[in-house]
Ligand binder design. Structure first.
Ligand code: ZN
Length: 203
């Protein structure tokens, strides 16, 4: 469950000159709040500031649009001098950081995996298992390399085909292969890797 919402925090407090429009006392101040969205109480993104006129004596609080004109130039000057605090972007920063991190980690893992596959394809060994599709593309099978000479691959195809790629585990555990050999040259193997007939080599 995602918990989020809006919150408000006071970021500035400053006394101003003048008398309270309600009680006439001179203990007036400007209070500035920042509004921000949070996710799990982590400030995510700021929505803007709100300014209030506050009287310490009678506790009068006036919202920005109700501040008497005589105070407006003072309050707007103070408000415009207050920057949006960086912590209100914390969640957004964390989010961007995690995405960048996941992207870098992902591409690193991917390139490591590809490197291993490149190596298996470049230096085949008898016993290598090629996960793949049938030549008619109607099921998932395992091709087992039973003989290899440069430019001549001899494969046996698994006796059974699976409907989904997940079924390949079961097919491997059955360990049953057809007696008909499939002969392929290097360019065919390369082509099958490219067009997805071969999905990956396991050793
Ligand atoms: Zn007052």
């Amino acid at each position: 469950m995602l918990i989020g919402g809006r919150r408000k925090s006071r970021i500035h407090f400053e006394g101003i000159s003048g008398n309270c429009p309600h009680c006439g006392n001179s203990k007036l101040s400007v209070q500035i709040f920042i509004k921000y969205g949070h996710v799990f109480w982590i400030p995510f993104i700021p929505f803007g500031k709100s300014t209030y006129l506050y009287c310490e004596h009678c506790k009068l609080v006036l919202e920005e649009d109700k501040i008497p004109t005589e105070f407006v130039s003072q309050t707007t000057q103070i408000t415009s001098g207050i920057k949006t605090p960086k912590w209100t972007f914390a969640g957004l920063g964390l989010f961007v950081f995690l995405i960048v991190f996941a992207f870098i980690a992902g591409s690193f893992i991917n390139s490591a995996g590809n490197k291993e596959q490149d190596d298996y394809y470049a230096h085949p060994r008898v016993g290598d298992m090629y996960d793949g599709m049938t030549l008619f593309n109607d099921g998932y099978v395992v091709y087992k390399l039973v003989e290899y000479k440069p430019n001549e691959y001899k494969f046996l195809m698994s006796e059974y085909a699976a409907e989904t790629i997940l079924g390949l585990t079961n097919i491997k555990s059955k360990n049953q292969y057809s007696n008909d050999t499939l002969l392929m040259d290097s360019s065919t193997v390369k082509e099958y890797r490219k067009n997805g007939t071969f999905l990956g080599v396991h050793r």
